[in-house]
Design a protein around this ligand. Structure first.
Ligand SMILES: Cc1ncc(COP(=O)(O)O)c(C=O)c1O
Length: 426
């Protein structure tokens, strides 16, 4: 591996490699992994990989100040990268609630939720989430990632079958690995392929889908998937990380949007996207939540959410509930951006949501294109394998209700002009 990398080292050799080239190393020492990777990384960084983890110096509002990792300069950019879809994370009510909680409780929960780490504010947040989602009960996890890992492994065992969309988020895949069930991937959003795979499954069956797919922005074909899953006696888990608080008449998510809230068995979400906070949750019947409380290891072997986060989330949830105009503004921004991107000939694949991939489909070029766009004032992220399949690289854009049309217009024109200069569009 090391030799191969050195042999090809040249102007663009870094782009021939991705993390998968460095999974295995020679010899018996785990430290052998480090040198080939650090040599490649040293070359990759000045070639555009530096665009990851550039420290923001401000709140994730629509304008951010970012420290350019290449030259150390602070730059003021239009933010198209944060998940703050409703602009809630920096609302004064949210900040005040978090400040009041820190005055009352101090910094952290200082304990596991099943031991000393459950505070009244956690219970209040769980009740608010359950009521918002119109379910009997809800349970908190430290992150959305741990909600998937903990919930799936709490419910499924060796000998059972888990069916995952091929574009499932890593947290869903990791939950299935931990459950040690037989895991089968079906073609993305393809109910016919799900059916073919279900026919070969044994044991308890769980189908996992996402409301909105996080890298493509397309919406789950839920009616067809529910129909197939039910016909084959499979239960359905929907991860609404990118759709809770946005879709459906009451903002409950894609299941509500399709009128299938009751048909879907398990509902999971995160607080890190539309509420701009942190944490994950599962909601459903009281029996289900009691079971998850007892078997969700990623929850109870971890400290509970910081009380200031729980308090901020409760205030954010009230905003999401009481200000449906935020959702309306988001959807009008999405419609504006979709129309303008179409007029400019910018390909966003099958996205119909606030997550828009600008498809570059060339792992070597996506960094150069992202760098040029950032130099012209936009903060957005290049995404490559393993977050998306190889050669499906893209620039990932998140639209927020907080964006103005003038900001979205500037973004469209900037992206359009760079893609034209690069010969990616006409
Ligand atoms: C579909 C999906 N599920 C779960 C997660 C994890 O959520 P969190 O960032 O809150 O851990 C993400 C995060 O991007 C996601 O896209």
């Amino acid at each position: 591996m090391e030799a191969a990398h050195k042999k090809e080292a040249g102007k663009t050799a870094f782009a021939e490699y991705d993390y998968s080239n460095f999974y295995y190393g020679a010899g018996d020492d785990p430290l052998n992994l480090l040198k080939p990777f650090s040599e490649w990384y040293a070359e990759a960084l000045p070639n555009g990989y530096y665009l990851y983890s550039e420290p923001l110096q401000t709140a994730p509002t629509t304008r951010v100040t970012v420290k350019n990792r290449k030259n150390g300069k602070l730059v003021d950019l239009l933010n198209l990268a944060s998940y703050n879809y409703l602009g809630i994370s920096y609302r004064p009510e949210v900040k005040q609630a978090a400040i009041a909680a820190i005055e009352k409780y101090g910094l952290g929960a200082s304990g596991s939720p099943i031991l000393s780490g459950t505070l009244d504010i956690h219970k209040e947040l769980e009740d608010s989430v359950a009521s918002f989602k119109d379910k009997e009960a809800a349970i908190l996890f430290p992150t959305g990632y741990s909600a998937n890992v903990g919930f799936i492994s709490a419910l499924m065992r060796a000998g059972d079958s888990i069916l995952l969309d091929q574009y499932s988020h890593a947290s869903i895949v990791d939950g299935a690995i931990l459950a040690k069930s037989k895991t089968t991937f079906f073609r993305h959003n393809n109910p016919m392929d799900l059916e073919r795979k279900l026919l070969k499954c044994t044991g308890k069956k769980l189908v996992v889908v996402e409301g909105v797919y996080s890298m493509d922005g397309d919406v789950c074909a839920l009616p067809e998937i529910v129909e197939v899953a039910k016909r084959h006696g499979a239960r359905i888990l929907i991860d609404e990380a990118h759709s809770t608080f946005l879709f459906g008449q009451n903002g409950r998510g894609v299941a509500e949007h399709f009128g299938l809230d009751k048909e879907v068995d398990f509902h999971l979400g995160t607080f890190s996207k539309s509420l701009g906070g942190q944490g994950g949750f599962v909601c459903g019947s009281k029996d289900l939540i009691d079971y998850v409380n007892a078997f969700g290891r990623s929850r109870f072997f971890s400290c509970n959410l910081a009380p200031m986060i729980a308090a901020g989330l409760k205030a954010g949830l009230e905003i999401a509930e009481n200000e449906p105009e935020l959702r309306a503004k988001l959807w009008s921004n999405v419609a504006y951006m979709r129309r303008r991107f179409a007029e400019e000939g910018i390909d966003i694949g099958k996205s119909t949501s606030q997550v828009m991939p600008v498809l570059i489909n060339n792992d070597a070029r996506v960094f150069a294109v992202a760098e040029k766009i950032q130099d012209r004032g936009l903060y957005l992220q290049p995404v490559t394998y393993p977050a998306v399949p190889k050669h499906k690289s893209r620039l990932r854009i998140s639209i927020s209700a907080a964006h103005t049309e003038a900001e979205l217009e500037f973004a469209t024109q900037t992206i359009g002009s760079v893609l034209r200069e690069e010969g990616i569009i006409q």
